[in-house]
Design a protein. Structure first.
Ligand code: SIN
Ligand code: CO
Length: 391
């Protein structure tokens, strides 16, 4: 789709306009973003997910039995839900797109953003009064109202050092001043986009308030620098060192002088300035799975001939829910396909097809090395056969 096509999801803005004026800059309320949206999940299905091993779930009780803003972590015992009060609590379940295909389908709507920026879709359920308190997230988020009503109030951009309530397991802002006008009740199908660092407070107004948070992550400077330095560091020879050949005699041998500091600065910057390595690291880091345990490598290596035969019989492989794919060209013909934190060199059209939503069928076999690549991805757990999906 052309980037200047008006999108109902963005309230009639084109992707290009949204990215230019709102993305990472300011909030956008979109009434009727998905006009006929019906929550693909019922509250008790969400509660069921929160009881499953390996699913990240939290329960926030504003007036918990052990104190205000009590947070408990899943997996929960079903009985927990029967004992909760009638109001003022929230159940939050992360990565629901990994478990419910109808939720994962929502992601197709967000194809105007790089897929590798996606974190996950978190789904919350709250009876009236339920909220997680006024807070700030470091993520871009699209808050889609799934069912019921939620009142959203925004408190503008806040700094990193904004005081938060002490002694609780949640980062709730001590001060929250609503920006005039930034106060709306969202109905099913309405959506609110929030950039990182924007104070917000969402309170359930109805019995069955379900909110879908489509979250996009960006590595912090700390994560990016330490992770790239680690990746690069493993490949650097021990002989590559700070060097000061030809230096002038120091004025004072105990001083760390300007020339020494400049030599170290250049040494670090020049060592880090490796665009090819940067690309290899970037692809790996942005495709690392959110939950490594969800990646289940196969016990026995795939027989490549058998895989080829199955594809010829009309079988299709599936991308494992939660597996992440991206690609980057290496030259005119080849690319690196990044999958779940690994990088594999292959013909560009093959990398593109595997990373995109193209069916993984017999047609891929026209590319050299395709069968071996698919076998390796099956063995790693990034692809599955449809029958194995539930295992
Ligand atoms: C919620 O769904 O209750 C909270 C979402 C958020 O504020 O990030
Ligand atoms: Co939030």
């Amino acid at each position: 789709m052309a980037s200047d096509t008006p999108l109902p999801l963005l309230g009639g803005l084109s992707a290009a306009e949204f990215l230019r004026d709102y993305w990472q800059r300011k909030p956008l309320l979109i009434r009727g973003a998905l006009p006929d949206f019906e929550s693909p999940l019922e509250p008790d299905e969400l509660a069921g997910l929160a009881c499953e091993e390996g699913v990240e779930a939290r329960l926030v009780e504003e007036d918990g039995p052990d104190g205000p803003w009590q947070v408990s972590h899943g997996p929960f015992d079903e009985a927990v839900f029967g004992e909760l009060p009638e109001r003022d609590w929230t159940l939050l379940v992360q990565a629901v797109d990994h478990y419910v295909p109808e939720v994962a389908e929502l992601l197709d709507r967000f194809d105007f953003l790089p897929r590798w920026r996606l974190d996950d879709i978190m789904v919350s359920y709250a009876p009236p009064g339920g909220s997680v308190g006024p807070h700030v997230d470091q993520y871009d988020v699209f808050l889609l109202q799934g069912s019921g009503q939620r009142r959203w109030q925004l408190g503008g951009k806040v700094t990193d050092d904004a005081p938060i309530l002490a002694g609780i397991d949640l980062r709730i802002l001590e001060r929250f001043e609503i920006e005039p006008g930034d106060d709306w009740v969202l109905q099913p199908g309405d959506m609110l986009y929030l950039p990182p660092g924007w104070a917000h407070h969402g309170v359930s107004q109805s019995e069955d308030c379900m909110t879908y948070s489509v979250g996009f992550r960006a590595p912090s400077a700390d994560e990016a620098i330490t992770s790239f330095a680690d990746y690069l560091g493993e490949q650097l020879p021990p002989s590559l060192r700070y060097a000061d050949a030809g230096m002038t005699p120091p004025a004072d041998p105990t001083e760390l002088d300007d020339a020494a500091l400049e030599r170290m600065r250049r040494f670090i910057l020049e060592t880090l300035d490796e665009p090819a390595q940067l690309a290899q690291w970037f692809g790996r880091v942005m495709t690392q799975p959110k939950y490594v345990d969800q990646l289940v490598p196969s016990e026995t290596p795939t027989d490549v001939d058998e895989l080829v035969a199955l594809l010829h019989e009309g079988e299709e492989l599936l991308r494992s829910p939660g597996s992440r794919f991206a690609w980057r060209a290496l030259d005119d013909e080849n690319a690196t396909l990044f999958v779940d934190g690994d990088g594999i060199e292959c013909p560009s059209p093959l990398a593109r097809a595997v990373a995109a939503d193209t069916p993984l069928d017999v047609e891929l076999l026209e590319f050299p090395g395709a069968a071996e690549l698919l076998a390796a991805l099956l063995d790693a757990g990034s692809l599955t056969w449809p029958d194995d999906e539930e295992e």
